[in-house]
Design a protein around this ligand. Sequence first.
Ligand code: TXE
Length: 480
Amino acid sequence: MQKIQNYINGELVTPRSGDYIDNHNPATGSVYSLIPDSDERDVEIAVQAAKKAFPAWAAKSNEERSNILLKIADLITDNLDQLAAAESMDNGKPVWLAKKVDIPRAASNFHFFATGIIHYASESHNMGSEYINYTLRQPIGVAGCISPWNLPLYLFTWKIAPALASGNCVVAKPSEVTPMTAYLLSELCIKAGLPKGVLNIVHGYGYKVGAAITSHKDVPLVSFTGGTKTGAEIARVAAPMFKKLSLELGGKNPNIIFEDCNFDDALKTTVNSSFSNQGQICLCGSRIYIQRPIYDKFKEALVERVKKLKVAAPKDPEVKIGAVVSEDHMNKVLSYINLAQEEGGKVLCGGERVVLDGEYKSGWYIAPTVIEGLDHTCRTNQEEIFGPVVTLQPFDAEEEVLEYANSTAYGLSATIWTQDLSKAHRVAAKVKSGIIWINCWLVRDLRTPFGGMKQSGVGREGGWEALRFFTEPKNVCVKV
Ligand code: TXE
């Protein structure tokens, strides 16, 4: 049984505890590897290594750091197949999806910030002939980066790349549910010649390792992606220590479909935005609001397409819906399907666990599920399910659907389908979400500010936003 290791001070090492945690393959439900059950002792060693490495790493030129990060990007690309297979085995997502999205995006994350840092300038402010100000944007020190299980390497590198590019050192913790590609990344970092201590990856439980990173006095900033509840716990610990925080949290995103939409585009994309990655993307549109004149037509067309989505093993080239990430998560999603029916919802398709045959019979599969007949205030439409489950609700007026869309505690993303662009811009301005797509979904330009409002998070990732998060602005005023 493979035992993966922590990556601390440039070496692959065992956890101080000597203990390991079972790592499951969601496709079969079986344990296929072991991960370090690390604790605050491992985090302490990692933070000290990062502190020691920081001065030299920060003193490197942007170009020197860029060259090393570009090598890591190339190594990720060179190892696409191995990384995609590992991601799929860890998460349950289709192999083809990991190959098409997760791993290429991890390489892009490194490439984007390795090139961005070369162009990262700051500003000066001239006060006439007597004084001039210049702003330094300096690396801060040891950054804590903590990431979730739904897009493991994609989100792990989305934090690490800008942190390293801007001259910080990092102590990172991937989700204990999907640690494998972070471990494989360690090996690539060693191959790329990343100096020891610059990046440290400590595997283990959130309440032990994550909490130790968040509360460590020598970790002045934390970038977190995960559930809202965990984000609140991290903020509770970090705020009194005056740490800089970036929180990318949950979502319950509205998908607003007006009667004047391009019907076929809206239908095709809605299948994707509802069920891609088994609905385990915080940007998925799980609340679908359809203007009444086209409600029945859209509902029937959507259900017909959803019923054809193949639920299968992640390795199956035809698979559309793979396994959800864990037994706990499968049971959580199934419990929400039961709740929806208790609240008066009608299951139009799906609604149950799927049992495959052969070696996959104990895997964690849920049929893509469409539910109607609920109103916007019920728990099913207020709480994040984070699985292959969507609800449909008709609406009449624009004001009505805006009330529905803005009715939850979340504000991450939204999609709007209409061919009347003045309406699209008007509605986009009024939806309380950080990311809006009009007549498209999940189109991503890494330069754009990424993140949510309300309980979907604090701060933004992406582009200069990320480099500003990972640097400290200092204004220097000089008498000329
Ligand atoms: O989160 P958890 P999950 C959200 C998504 C869903 C959740 C899925 O909507 O709600 O994340 O990820 C560590 N101190 N987003 O269930 O449990 C834990 O070990 C420090 C939003 O994994 O919060 C893991 O590594 N760390 C996002 C990480 O936190 C702790 C995109 C996340 O775990 C900890 C993706 C603690 N006390 C998912 N407890 C977006 N908005 O972009 C746990 N952890």
